[in-house]
Design a protein around this ligand. Sequence first.
Ligand SMILES: [Mg+2]
Length: 157
Amino acid sequence: MHWEWAPGATIRTGPTVCVDIDGVLSDGRHRQHLVTQRPKDWPAFFRAAADDPVIDTQAHLLDQFADDRVIALVTSRPEWIRSATTRWLVDAGIRWDLLAMRPDDDGRPAPAVKKDVVAGLRAAELEPVFALDDDPRNVVAYAEVGVPCLYIHSGYH
Ligand SMILES: [Mg+2]
């Protein structure tokens, strides 16, 4: 698991909020069929993410957190769409400080990836205190590593 700070972000340590992207900030309903069909087309699914509408009511929820909280976006999206994802976030005007993504060669389920991110953040003195995710499996994963996670309903899972 690898993360990068947002363009212009202040690199720091401290209390961190872990926020999922798909189904929380971005509306990927238009591309779900690419992974519910057989065979699944993951490359097309991720490429289409650049066209996701912003979920305004939830994206601006992040503005409610205290300014000193680090907003860490923790996504199962693969690294190969990092630049497209960063562009989307900047265009959407979403508040965020760092973006953690799945390595391109990491095929594990999302909960394992997210647990790794929590461990990595802690090692860097970024203490996850709260999380938001729309996948019930990830809500459980966060709870298992001591991070309270609020479920956001997207209907994808
Ligand atoms: Mg999600």
